[in-house]
Design a protein around this ligand. Structure first.
Ligand SMILES: Nc1nc2c(ncn2[C@@H]2O[C@H](COP(=O)(O)OP(=O)(O)OP(=O)(O)O)[C@@H](O)[C@H]2O)c(=O)[nH]1
Ligand SMILES: [Mg+2]
Length: 303
């Protein structure tokens, strides 16, 4: 090189050539700019290094933006969507992992989660979308998904965190469940106190531990209930009911269920009987306009 570079500069240049990531490249470039020859003929080189530095920085910002966009696009809102919100380290990703098939990064060093992550919780075979978000205060934290989610899962380690978290929930419309995590760290008496405080404040809450799995099944049920859907089981005459319910909105009638089962062909139905909360007695015969309730069992006799 015409500018007679010194040893340090040559080393920095080597680092640049060997750099695997944008961060490493930037670091090497900084080093090159710092150690490059000072005389006048090096001006062009300096300009070249500076523009290289700028270009990589810009590319990094673009990549970050694109990354976010793709992630947002892949999170297509499901019928039942719950989002995990909280301060760093509360255990949001641990909860995603325990509830769903997702395998997020979990660590104690803080601000571990950098992008929204999605998992599916199958509750009685119906899919519930659970979204894990970066912690409040993280550079990549955004409220978009929180504002449209059906249910907000407020994850805390201490009760006073609730008021801080509520600040980002101003535009959130979903139902809220307070999840007091890491309950394994407390004795029975303290646990009761925590429970009492949350009850007095009239929160819908769950005390859980990702470590011992305490409270996890109850939490699943609370999450499902928060969507206010109804489960309707179906059966054929003389047979056991199908263990997988049909998930419907409150106010649904027999006709809605029949349309799903018979794909719209209602003329095949001869007789309808019902068991459960909406029936006067087990096996009551009902018409197509009969309103269903959660945990009803419907029997269709066909022609
Ligand atoms: N004792 C105990 N530790 C837990 C429990 N749940 C999570 N942890 C630990 O808490 C730390 C943080 O867990 P994460 O799931 O990464 O927390 P997070 O809320 O996703 O953190 P960020 O991504 O930084 O916002 C990890 O060291 C976990 O092992 C629990 O129920 N009990
Ligand atoms: Mg996390």
């Amino acid at each position: 090189m015409a500018t007679n570079p010194g040893y340090e500069f040559t080393q920095a240049e080597k680092h640049y050539d060997e750099a695997q990531t944008d961060e490493e490249k930037l670091k090497a470039l900084e080093e090159m700019i710092r150690t490059m020859p000072g005389h006048k003929s090096a001006e062009a080189l300096r300009a070249n290094l500076r523009s290289r530095y700028k270009r990589i920085k810009l590319e990094m910002v673009e990549k970050k933006k694109r990354g976010k966009q793709t992630n947002r696009q892949t999170i297509k809102k499901g019928d039942m969507q719950a989002v995990l919100v909280g301060l760093t380290n509360a255990g949001k990703s641990s909860i995603l992992k325990i509830l769903t098939n997702a395998n997020p990064k979990i660590a104690s060093y803080g601000f571990t989660t950098q992008e929204p992550e999605i998992g599916i919780l199958y509750y009685q075979t119906c899919p519930i979308q659970i979204i894990d978000l970066p912690a409040i205060g993280a550079e990549t934290f955004e409220t978009g998904i929180i504002n449209t989610a059906d249910t907000i899962l407020v994850v805390i380690e201490k009760i006073h965190e609730i008021s801080e978290i509520e600040k980002v929930l101003e535009k959130a419309k979903g139902k809220r469940i307070i999840i007091f995590n890491k309950i394994d760290l407390y004795d029975e008496q303290t646990k009761r106190k925590i429970q009492e405080t949350l009850r007095t404040k009239r929160y819908n809450f769950a005390l859980i531990s990702c470590k011992t799995r305490e409270g996890i099944e109850e939490l699943k049920e609370k999450i499902f209930k928060s969507f206010s859907k109804i489960r309707v089981y179906t059966k054929q005459p003389g047979k056991q009911a199908d263990p997988d319910p049909i998930i419907m909105n409150p106010g649904a009638i027999v006709e809605d269920a029949a349309k799903i089962i018979f794909k719209g062909r209602l003329d095949v139905i001869k007789r309808i009987r019902i068991w459960g909360p909406s029936s006067k007695f087990g096996g009551q015969e009902v018409g197509i306009k009969h309103e269903l309730k959660d945990k009803d069992t419907l029997e269709f006799q066909t022609r």
